[in-house]
Design a binder for this molecule. Structure first.
Ligand SMILES: Cc1cc2nc3c(=O)[nH]c(=O)nc-3n(C[C@H](O)[C@H](O)[C@H](O)COP(=O)(O)OP(=O)(O)OC[C@H]3O[C@@H](n4cnc5c(N)ncnc54)[C@H](O)[C@@H]3O)c2cc1C
Length: 420
């Protein structure tokens, strides 16, 4: 048993996948963690702070990375996806595709060459709000701490310059895609979520008016490693917004978009109002909501925010956002359902609280699994030996995701021993 058993495959290296991996490995079983990005940590790492305690996510991340580093039972493949799965509980055969990083990580990169490079790419870590060089570290805390080369946006001059330094062994322009066949005993699906595409909300102006942003962008504006080094600034002119609207349920609980509630957006917007108020004490925040959903002990966070007189709450679903041409301010049309009044309120910036879409809505796990109508892996009908956790299963916060991961670690281990 234990070290001699087949490993457990974890698909997705966000907080749920990392937690499952360390829990499994720390009781003596081998784990293969497959992450499609060049780094592990998932969406939580892109938050400025996380509720309820408002700690920087890097704290929890560092602890998990320490646990991973000291545990030889965990093997991580980044830039990797699972292409095929066959077999059954206790005996799955999987094919993992690993894309090339072009940086070996075994030798230091000549800084002078990296410095001179001019090719740039959209910084997806910051939701496209700034650029990185084509040779980049995804973020300051990236694990593995190895740069990535985006060859697709490399100019001819940069390709030439990098080819000349390949001999040092730091860069390998010939690195190619690999396919690995891996036998595993159980599989944990921790593929998480992506933000709902706000450009589909055609009355709310995202993509049309620069000062309409989304909740995930707000996280990056507030973060020190973000595009504005932690200052919350209006995209149109770089000024500090004084009066910000938060539009709840932007597309959520709406039959035309996401019919379900994403469970965390109310807390996320309250947290964003707090970021704003902490960074600019004269600022004002207004939340437009259908109802505020802060369950259990999270309610205290809401009650604390109610004490701040610069934060107001209007019960009503925002129908339309228009831009004021000169100032690039935004006018929100909304019916205040408590007073019955039709409001046309002006703000400097608007944050849309968009919901969470499962990554499995687009890319399915290559095995016959059950999904609900929105693409979440249906936890109630788990296939033997394959278990979903965190936001792969339903929208949830970090506490729920890690509890799930710990519970599923046990299920996966039990299935391993049963399969032997
Ligand atoms: C605006 C906003 C703010 C939030 N703030 C908080 C907060 O303050 N506190 C809190 O508790 N929660 C917060 N949440 C919720 C939190 O983000 C989730 O609970 C958390 O991300 C769930 O983790 P996860 O591991 O399930 O998913 P993810 O974080 O999405 O991680 C999934 C991982 O799987 C990888 N992956 C996806 N598909 C594949 C594939 N096919 N193959 C390999 N890898 C794959 C992804 O790249 C990613 O690394 C917030 C959510 C939003 C929308």
């Amino acid at each position: 048993m234990n070290g001699d058993s087949k490993p457990i495959l974890v698909i997705g290296g966000g907080i749920a996948g990392m937690t499952a991996a360390v829990e499994i490995a720390e009781v003596g079983y081998n784990v293969i963690l497959v992450e499609k990005e060049a780094y592990i940590g998932g969406r939580v790492l892109r938050m400025h702070r996380y509720f309820p305690k408002m700690c920087p996510p890097t704290c929890g991340f560092e602890i998990n990375v320490k646990r991973i580093r000291r545990n030889p039972r965990i093997t991580i493949h980044t830039l990797a996806t699972v292409e095929k799965i066959s077999g059954k509980a206790g005996a799955f055969r999987t094919t993992v595709r690993v894309r090339p990083r072009f940086v070996t990580g075994t030798q230091p990169i000549d800084e002078a060459v990296a410095e001179k490079m001019t090719s740039v790419r959209d910084n997806d870590f910051n939701y496209g709000m700034d650029k990185t060089k084509a040779l980049y570290l995804p973020h300051d805390m990236a694990y593995p701490s190895v740069q990535v080369l985006d060859r697709e946006c490399l100019s001819d001059a940069d390709t030439q310059a990098l080819s000349e330094v390949c001999a040092s062994g730091a860069i390998d322009m010939e690195m190619s895609e690999k396919e690995l066949e891996i036998d595993v005993g159980a599989i944990v699906v921790a593929t998480g979520w992506q933000p709902y595409d706000a450009t589909k909300l055609d009355t709310l102006g995202f993509g049309q008016y620069p000062n309409v942003i989304t909740n995930v962008m707000m996280e990056r504006l507030a973060a020190n490693g973000g595009p504005t080094a932690g200052e919350i600034l209006r995209p149109s002119d770089g000024n500090k917004p004084e009066n910000v609207a938060f539009v709840q349920c932007a597309g959520s609980r709406d039959e035309n978009h996401l019919p379900y509630c994403s469970a965390v957006c109310c807390m996320a917007s309250l947290k964003h109002a707090r970021y704003l108020r902490e960074k600019n004490e004269t600022s004002k925040a207004t939340l437009f909501y259908i109802d505020i959903r802060t369950v259990g002990r999270l309610e205290k966070f809401y009650y604390d925010m109610l004490e701040d007189e610069n934060v107001s709450y209007i019960k009503g679903k925002v129908a339309k956002i228009n831009e004021v041409a000169e100032s690039r301010n935004l006018i929100l049309d909304v019916e205040d359902t408590l007073s019955g009044e039709n409001l046309h309120e002006e703000f400097d910036m608007v944050v849309l609280a968009t919901g969470m879409v499962p990554n499995t809505a687009d890319v399915k796990i290559p095995f016959e699994l059950n999904y609900d109508e929105y693409g979440f892996v249906d936890g109630a009908t788990d296939v033997d030996g394959i278990y979903a956790v965190g936001c792969a299963k339903r929208p949830c916060d970090v506490t729920r995701a890690t509890k799930d991961a710990t519970a599923v670690a046990l299920k996966a281990i039990q299935c391993l021993d049963g399969g032997e």
